[in-house]
Design a protein around this ligand. Structure first.
Ligand SMILES: Nc1ncnc2c1ncn2[C@@H]1O[C@H](COP(=O)(O)OP(=O)(O)O)[C@@H](O)[C@H]1O
Ligand SMILES: [Mg+2]
Length: 351
């Protein structure tokens, strides 16, 4: 709104200014030329008038420029004030204590959730992740897997049930301490237009260079970085434009390693990758996940066979849970998904 008003006022200002100046110039030059022709003025006077006018109009033009700048800044200030007015939808309770994750077990109990009241996304979701375990959540796209992660991060409040970490309800502790306890490798990583090194350091801004380099090594990024023109001082470009999906993902993993949080979450960290990058990343992930409680959301089931527990989500409900072998034996949803993916893979290899 402000931007449009700004454009309109600029348009009338620039247009009006140009018109007035042009008219005045023409008028004065015309008068002066007339006098010269009549012999009452010399050519020197004519040049003098011209010089005076230029001296007069240049500052006038500058005034217009200043006005434009001020208007533009006003529009930006208005936008900023609007942003400052946005209140978070999820608030800490007054004097909420810090989460002390000495025991990083997670429990979803009868969790219900909707973004909008007319459409339930999760219905009575219950499962637990014991400390140090790796639990996978699988299911069709739109089943609500990423929503589970958002709820664990407390981006939204539940409409029913509870989520606890180490037995403590996450809505009772400060958001800050909750989010510090969870490291996430998201589906699409956001990078800043800075060096690779600084992008990794974002996981823990206080980390020393040695710590950052160690994280880079653990994330198997070394090989890639040594090929870059400026090594780890290479700029990644706007939004990490100059990195491939797999490379960005590994930067995200390095960040998470650096953050050293007791709980790790991977939201389809490898689904957008070819199988070679996937293998490299899976190897990195396995090392990182050692000794951590981890929640893995996976599209390709072959990546989570070794999970301690697999939770199958369908349209916001848990339909099955158990280990890979148990679920295959049940011949239910999971078994069906598994055989479909196996067939697809064989087709891909054959073709
Ligand atoms: N911010 C949002 N507002 C409204 N609906 C949403 C929002 N985010 C996701 N959804 C809906 O919730 C459902 C579950 O989404 P999501 O948890 O991302 O699924 P998954 O990760 O399993 O593919 C989808 O149908 C999606 O359209
Ligand atoms: Mg998702």
């Amino acid at each position: 709104m402000a931007r449009r008003k700004n454009r309109l006022s600029l348009f009338s200002l620039n247009g009006g200014q140009a018109l007035i100046i042009a008219l005045a110039m023409t008028g004065m030059m015309w008068l002066a030329a007339h006098r010269v022709a009549a012999g009452t003025m010399t050519i020197g006077d004519f040049v003098l008038i011209n010089a005076f006018m230029i001296q007069l109009f240049l500052p006038l033009n500058f005034l217009g420029f200043v006005y434009r700048e001020i208007k533009g800044s006003m529009a930006n200030i208005e936008k900023m004030l609007q942003l400052l007015d946005v209140r978070p939808s999820v608030n800490d309770k007054p004097q909420a204590p810090e989460l002390q994750p000495n025991e990083a077990s997670i429990a979803f109990r009868d969790v219900s959730f909707h973004y909008r009241p007319d459409r339930e996304i999760l219905r009575g979701v219950s499962f637990t992740i014991d400390s140090g375990e790796k639990v996978a959540v699988v299911g069709a796209s739109g089943a609500g897997k990423s929503t589970l992660v958002k709820l664990l991060f407390r981006f939204y409040d539940l409409s029913g049930g509870s989520i606890t970490i180490g037995g403590v309800d996450i809505s009772e502790v400060s958001k800050h301490s909750l989010r510090r306890a969870i490291g996430i490798v998201p589906q699409d990583t956001v990078l800043f237009n800075d060096t690779v090194l600084e992008n990794v350091r974002y996981g823990d801004p206080e980390a020393s260079d040695t710590e950052v380099l160690e994280a880079i090594r653990l994330a198997h990024l070394n090989g890639f970085i040594s090929q870059l023109p400026d090594g780890h001082q290479t700029m990644v470009g706007e939004r990490g434009l100059k990195l491939s999906g797999g490379e960005k993902q590994r930067v995200a993993i390095a960040r998470t390693i650096l953050k050293r949080s007791p709980i790790l979450v991977f939201d389809e960290a490898t689904s957008s990758l070819d199988s070679k990058s996937e293998q490299a990343i899976l190897k990195a992930l396995k090392e990182v996940a050692k000794g951590h409680t981890s929640l893995v959301i996976a599209h390709r089931l072959s990546t989570i066979i070794d999970a301690d527990k697999i939770v199958v989500l369908d349209q916001g409900q848990v339909v099955e849970q158990g280990t890979h072998d148990q679920l295959l034996a049940q011949r239910g949803h999971y078994a069906e998904l598994w055989y479909t993916q196996q067939k697809e893979q064989q087709k891909a290899i054959a073709s």
